[in-house]
Design a protein around this ligand. Structure first.
Ligand code: AMP
Ligand code: GLY
Length: 439
């Protein structure tokens, strides 16, 4: 039963699909909406259980999910991770006549190729004149061409598996000989079938950051700008991770640079999707590099970032569910996003050993003591009334502040109240911007 709230919106039953820190941040933002009736998270985590009802459905079990959505009159589904989108969850649910009224935030299989296939996204960018690194696409049919392209490049050289590889499919190598060996390794299955095609790319130098856009296919809204910290070690050293922290806004991304991003990247992407007749309702994540020649696209993702979401959503002061609902209804144009003027930071607390092997099952103490930050849960599990670690990235501790320094101090003070065996976090999140805290 849905009750009329205003001319345009009803109280809604909403489901968030996924189980990480990003999904906790979604659930947190949606739970504050005045338009919410019931919130479900599938499968969720102990953090999301504080915002709504966790439902034990894996995000790749489309059949079980569609039954639940129909039986519980869910009006809006927000898909957190990329995998179900690339596997066609939207197309599957759209075929179900019981779900004719369901709005889905996330593209269909065709649009999902922007992330699901680097070959697709590079071709798309080339076609629509969107600045991106020069590249060569290689399969086992044209290895010699790939090796010749490697010979023409300056070092380092970037190699990317075409398909989804759980964030591990990109190699940056420092010699041509190594590039040729890795090219063959990827084609021979180093990243499984994701590497049946390889993109060899020119290396771009500059500041890396992300822009997130919500689009209903007609128009788009730019969400707060964020930067994540991908490496495990301080000063961006060591292995790549899913992300060890994030800040928003990014102090240098403004003025002319922002204008170039809108004109040369965002607009041609939205128009390109329209020209190619690819319907798209959902988020587009632009992974960008600001170079001496202007901003370039490193990659598209078809979802929000983790842990960027944990700083982007806390800065949105408008009703987030209303924004999502208007995206689903195709009326996004009428929305204005009100953003917090200050800074948000998040610091990820990980298990010792991550991103390689680590132990699970460590009791997390202090969660109830933190009052000045929001503790988003990621790799956690509830056992015998205790919250325990259950993954590599365990918590993301988000704080707001009128300066970057203030937000950072709050998060680090909150982390001092938290404790689990082997807790590891970077102490230098936001380091490049600390001297430049006034935006
Ligand atoms: P991707 O999955 O394409 O974003 O690549 C993962 C990471 O590799 C990016 O976040 C960048 O740090 C780096 N990277 C990817 N492509 C390039 C490039 N062409 N030049 C320099 N760094 C890159
Ligand atoms: N933090 C990077 C990502 O979500 O892909």
């Amino acid at each position: 039963m849905h009750h009329l709230k205003s001319d345009q919106f009803y109280f809604m039953n909403v489901m968030v699909l996924g189980s990480g820190g990003r999904e906790h941040a979604f659930a947190y933002a949606i739970s504050k909406s005045s338009l919410l009736s019931k919130l479900y998270i599938a499968p969720g985590n102990p953090g999301t259980a504080q915002c709504g009802i966790n439902v034990d459905i894996a995000s790749n079990n489309f059949e079980k999910l569609s039954n639940f959505l129909a039986q519980n009159h869910v009006n809006l589904l927000v898909v957190g991770p990329e995998q179900p989108l690339v596997e066609g969850i939207r197309d599957y649910l759209e075929k179900d006549s019981r779900l004719a009224e369901l709005k889905i935030i996330g593209p269909g299989k065709q649009g999902a190729q922007l992330e699901g296939s680097k070959s697709f996204s590079k071709t798309f960018m080339e076609k629509h004149d969107i600045p991106t690194a020069k590249y060569k696409e290689v399969t086992d049919q044209n290895i010699e061409e790939g090796e010749a392209f490697i010979d023409e490049q300056t070092l380092p050289i970037v190699l990317k598996a075409d398909g989804l590889a759980a964030g591990k499919g990109v190699l940056i190598v420092n010699s041509k000989a190594e590039a040729k060996i890795e090219l063959n390794n990827i084609l021979n299955g180093k990243f499984g079938t994701a590497g049946n095609k390889v993109i060899i790319e020119e290396y771009l130098q500059g500041l890396e950051f992300s822009i997130f856009v919500l689009t209903d296919g007609n128009t788009y809204k730019v969400l707060p700008i964020a930067k994540d910290y991908k490496r495990i070690g301080e000063a961006d050293t060591g292995l790549n991770t899913g992300g060890m922290g994030a800040v928003s806004p990014v102090p240098v991304v403004a003025g002319k640079l922002m204008f170039q991003i809108v004109e040369n990247i965002i607009e041609p992407t939205i128009k390109g999707l329209q020209k190619d007749e690819i319907p798209y309702q959902g988020f587009i994540y632009f992974g960008l590099m600001s170079t001496q020649n202007g901003p370039y696209v490193l990659e598209y993702n078809i979802r929000l970032g983790d842990p960027e979401t944990q700083v982007v959503l806390p800065r949105i002061e408008s009703d987030f569910l209303e924004l999502l609902a208007s995206c689903g209804n195709g009326t996004l144009d009428a929305q204005r996003i009100k953003t917090n003027e200050g800074f948000a930071v998040t610091v990820v607390c990980a298990s010792e050993g991550y991103p390689q092997t680590y132990e699970k099952g460590k009791t997390i103490e202090g969660l109830n003591e933190v009052t000045n930050s929001i503790v988003f849960q990621a790799g956690t599990i509830k056992e015998n009334e205790q919250i325990k670690t259950n993954g590599g990235r365990v918590l993301a501790v988000t704080s707001l502040g009128s300066t970057l320094q203030e937000a950072l101090s709050t998060s680090y003070q909150s982390i001092n109240q938290l404790c689990f065996e082997g807790i590891y976090y970077r102490k230098d999140i936001g380091y490049e911007f600390k001297d430049n805290v006034v935006f």
